[in-house]
Design a binder for this molecule. Structure first.
Ligand code: ZN
Length: 690
């Protein structure tokens, strides 16, 4: 034991622990921790590895293993030498093994370890453990008060290195949860029991990263270990006057448009502390900040713009791949705490669209930036990105070879989605929180092992079939999420239709005794929806960062656009590619969507980001069988045809979309495929005039 004052918490009151007292505490729910907060989170996460991908999702995860995720240490010293405590021949390296490489390498170690767990791939787990175990050993050998950067005696990392430290903390939490190795938890306790409460603030404005991002690894370590010193430090960190002042504004939707990865990482922190502090303003701060993102920077694929700074809404605005990872992580925390199915809808939209587009089909190259429309690889056609430079829009084995954050962070996308597909509930049930083909093995009811096999081609099909196999007959509630976009869901249990009565969080509860022969079949009928909104100006507050842009882009603008959604998928007009950096020469893409010919569209001014369902007249659906092996093919199993008008569209640096609906063009029908299947595309269209 590292400490003697082990405490057992019951809510916010504290009891000095002992084995006898542990037994006196009310029976814990499955997957509850040593310490649970007074405000119970809606869901209890399952350990990594409980959910295993199947079907098309397994094909994609295996491509990650055989591509970048499984081999990144062979590509660059950042990943070969990070966290070894030696100097690293890499961009942004500080003497003595710190700086950029330990941030970027931690992203990869965390993602690759989690991928190893979800695939039950012992070789990959061993490879990453060979990198993490020396950190655990180093912490154990160091004096009390060390950090994960154990090779610097008595060092408490600040700012950038504090941020990098937080990323490795998450990898070690996953290592403990996936293996149960107590030495790993003890190392985390040793580090976080003495972590300074002044670990950082929340300055969103100037791209300042913060060590406050250690809070999630700290709170996980606390709930898994019960060492009260860790909670005290976490709560004190959020109670710093500057932090309290900053997040008060977030609840009112007032945030500076700073660096988007920092924004996504930071805005989740108040909600994360809320169950422990009981301060509802903290939850409101996170929710207010999320709404601010929706209103000001959200792109149709479900992740905000960030080049690297927040860059408003626009057809050629870019999203750094780190933001796809950060969005999924931030949203999974809010989902876990609040339990609203809407967060599941958001995660699916980001994962199925923005998760796939910046990764090559073979997972051997990736791109630092994606954007709703992409015409060429050298530019978009607008400006070269200020940061990380021209290579930011090019697919490469290292993403952008001079800045390696995204090629590290990309490895977290698939496993973090899969891990959160199922979660436990405090009434010993299981909740289907995100959809896709999978098998979950978990305890339900009075700790009875249950396997649920989900067979589906979702989101490329509407049907989902679950086979529930408990080890013995057992009663427990199964919660299934009804996607917010689905208006006529159907559920059958053993073939018998169930009335659809979602609770206020969007879940249907199926409470029964499960016998091992039970099936739950669901159908989530999808209908095309048109998302209408306006391209906005670049944020004036970021003008000095975006100084290479024409002055015109900072002037208020409302350029109408429309996009088409179907279920959780965004659809795009594909520009066929020869490879991820080379589009074919002769593709036609100069189209405006002709909403006049879409049933259900009413005319007049669209509101900002308004989503309107459209009937079968106008947008038609074509389905084909799924390919035997999934690699996000352009020859997609699901296609839409939509009415459009061809016109002479010449997007420029200063103006990507026409200022108003275009007129006088020829009528045509265009065929769209899922955005994630494209490498070059149009998914934010100009709008044709009535
Ligand atoms: Zn990045």
């Amino acid at each position: 034991m590292l400490f003697h004052d082990r405490l057992i918490c019951r809510g916010l009151g504290w009891l000095v622990g002992s084995a006898a007292l542990l037994a006196a505490v009310a029976p814990a729910a499955n997957y509850s921790r040593v310490c649970e907060p007074e405000i119970k989170p809606a869901f209890l996460p399952l350990p990594p590895g409980a959910v295993e991908p199947a079907g098309w999702l397994r094909d994609w995860a295996m491509a990650a293993r055989d591509g970048i995720t499984g081999h990144l240490d062979e590509y660059h010293p950042t990943f070969r030498d990070g966290w070894k405590g030696t100097s690293i021949a890499a961009p942004g390296a500080e003497p003595n093994g710190m700086g950029w490489p330990i941030e970027q390498c931690a992203y990869w170690l965390d993602g690759a370890l989690r991928l190893g767990f979800i695939l039950h791939d012992d070789a990959l787990i061993r490879k990453i453990r060979a990198r993490l175990d020396p950190v655990v050993d180093g912490v154990h050998k160091a004096d009390f008060g060390t950090s994960l950067i154990y090779w610097k005696k008595g060092y408490k990392p600040e700012e950038f290195n504090g941020w990098a430290h937080s990323q490795l903390g998450r990898a070690l939490v996953a290592l403990y949860q996936g293996t149960g190795d107590k030495r790993v938890l003890d190392a985390l306790v040793k580090v976080y029991a003495d972590y300074p409460a002044k670990m950082g603030k929340l300055p969103l404005a100037n791209c300042q990263v913060t060590g406050l991002c250690n809070l999630d690894a700290m709170l996980e370590t606390y709930s898994l270990s019960g060492d009260r010193r860790i909670l005290d430090r976490a709560l004190a960190a959020m109670a710093q006057p500057d932090v309290v002042r900053e997040i008060r504004d977030w609840g009112d939707g007032i945030l500076p448009p700073g660096h988007m990865v920092v924004i996504y990482e930071d805005i989740r922190l108040p909600a994360l502390v809320y169950p422990w502090s009981g301060d509802r303003l903290q939850l409101q701060a996170t929710l207010g900040a999320m709404k601010w993102l929706d209103d000001n920077h959200m792109l149709p694929y479900g992740v905000a713009s960030g080049e690297e700074f927040a860059s408003g809404i626009g057809a050629f605005r870019k999203t750094e791949t780190c933001n796809v990872t950060a969005m999924l992580l931030a949203t999974s925390w809010v989902y876990r705490i609040q339990g609203n199915g809407d967060w599941g809808d958001r995660m699916e939209r980001a994962f199925f669209n923005a998760g796939a587009a910046p990764i090559a089909r073979d997972f051997k190259t990736m791109c630092y930036y994606q954007s709703p429309n992409r015409l060429r690889a050298d530019s978009l056609p607008c400006e070269q990105p200020h940061s990380p430079g021209p290579a930011g829009t090019h697919f490469h084995q290292l993403g952008c070879p001079s800045v390696l954050c995204c090629v590290g962070a990309v490895n977290r996308i698939i496993p973090n989605y899969v891990i959160h597909m199922w979660m436990a509930t405090s009434d010993d049930g299981l909740a289907a929180t995100l959809y896709g083909p999978s098998t979950v093995s978990a305890m339900a009811g009075p700790k009875v092992p249950v396997r649920v096999t989900t067979t589906t081609d979702y989101p490329f099909d509407e049907g989902i079939r679950m086979k529930i196999e408990p080890k013995q007959d057992v009663q427990f509630p199964l919660y299934v999420r009804i996607p917010g976009w689905c208006k006529q869901a159907e559920i059958r249990v053993n073939g018998i239709p169930l009335p659809i009565r979602p609770d206020d969080k969007g879940f249907v509860k199926i409470a029964r005794t499960w016998s091992g022969r039970d099936t739950v079949e669901m159908k989530f009928p999808m209908a095309p929806r048109v998302l209408r909104g306006f391209e906005t100006e670049f944020p004036a507050a970021d003008r000095s960062y975006f100084r290479f842009e024409p002055a015109a882009v900072f002037k208020p603008r409302r350029l109408p656009y429309a996009s088409i959604l179907y279920g959780p998928l965004l659809f795009a007009l594909p520009i066929p590619d020869i490879d991820p950096n080379t589009p074919v020469d002769d593709a036609r893409w100069q189209y405006a969507l002709d909403l006049q010919r879409c049933e259900g569209i009413t005319h007049g001014d669209a509101r900002e980001n308004e989503t309107v369902p459209v009937g079968p007249v106008g947008v038609a659906v074509e389905r084909r069988i799924m390919p035997a092996h999934w690699d996000w093919p352009l020859d997609a199993p699901l296609r839409l045809t939509a009415p459009a008008q061809a016109f002479d569209w010449k997007p420029s640096d200063s103006q990507a979309l026409p200022d108003r609906p275009v007129a006088g063009a020829t009528h045509e029908t265009i065929r769209l495929v899922p955005y994630g299947c494209t490498k070059f595309r149009i998914s934010m269209f100009p709008v044709a005039a009535p």
